[in-house]
Design a binder for this molecule. Structure first.
Ligand SMILES: [Zn+2]
Ligand SMILES: [Zn+2]
Ligand SMILES: [Zn+2]
Length: 262
């Protein structure tokens, strides 16, 4: 069976346009919805659907993608831009599936969810995932690999019989063991938060650092995600695409709703 990987959202926290921002990137996104980005999350669809993170815009993402049921949730970490929409799933559980929602995450992330969403933990079936652990959901293998971000944050190596994909929306330079494990992946979806000046090199990449790592890892296709477009120096999508054209299609800015078979 084939599976589909979908970028639900591809922006860094606050999205593009950010409601409080008048920069060229935000004005571009107001004029052209193709340039707009919501907070980061992804989905793997096969027989059932697995969410990777629950960003605040989750409800609109799932409506856009025509999703009626989510079977599993895998969390990278516990920051608001990745779990702010978690509460949406309680309604699905109450009104439709009537089944506990399996949530796979690090012990640190599960503890954080347990505090922030304490009132709905009755609806959750927690699955602790430790660094290096693998588990299978709907015929897809997920392996949690440490990245450089907040405590308990993972990137996930996502494997089907056809495809090896590594998804790490929030990370700085990857730890050596993680880099070794994912060398030569077919698809790399990696943090590219900043344009040029990296304000948090210990927990995020710049576009340039993302591409550098992707090329060093021999990734066949590199998707930039968690793009802020305006934290430091603003860059419009037109300018970014122009810059990426030098890589001849191997490097591409992910976009909300972009999907492909894995
Ligand atoms: Zn802006
Ligand atoms: Zn984060
Ligand atoms: Zn983030």
């Amino acid at each position: 069976m084939t599976h589909t990987f979908t970028f639900l959202g591809t922006g860094a926290g606050c999205g593009v346009p950010a409601f409080f921002c008048d920069c060229p990137a935000c004005e571009e996104a107001r004029a052209n919805p193709q340039a707009a980005r919501g907070d980061c999350g992804a989905m793997v669809s096969g027989e059932s659907r697995t969410l990777i993170d629950c960003p605040p815009d989750l409800r609109s993402y799932l409506n856009r993608e025509g999703v009626r049921e989510v079977a599993d949730v895998v969390l990278t970490h516990w920051h608001y831009d990745h779990v702010g929409g978690f509460g949406e799933l309680e309604y699905m559980m109450q009104l439709r599936t009537k089944q506990l929602i399996p949530v796979h995450a690090s012990p640190y992330t599960l503890a954080s969810i347990g505090r922030e969403f304490n009132y709905m933990m009755y609806a959750v079936e927690p699955h602790e995932v430790n660094p290096g652990d693998s588990f299978e959901l709907d015929g897809v293998r997920y392996t949690a690999l440490p990245v450089t971000h907040a405590p308990g944050t993972y990137g996930y190596l996502i494997e089907t019989p056809q495809t090896r994909l590594f998804y790490a929306s929030d990370t700085g330079k990857l730890p050596a063991e993680t880099a070794e494990r994912i060398h030569g992946v077919d698809v790399l979806a990696l943090d590219a938060t900043y344009w040029k000046h990296n304000g948090y090199p210990e927990s995020h990449n710049s576009v340039q650092e993302c591409i550098e790592q992707g090329l060093a890892l021999d990734a066949k296709k590199i998707y930039l995600t968690h793009l802020c477009m305006h934290y430091a120096e603003p860059i419009t999508l037109v300018e970014l695409n122009d810059y990426l054209s030098q890589y001849g299609g191997r490097v591409q800015a992910a976009s909300d709703g972009l999907s492909f078979e894995i």
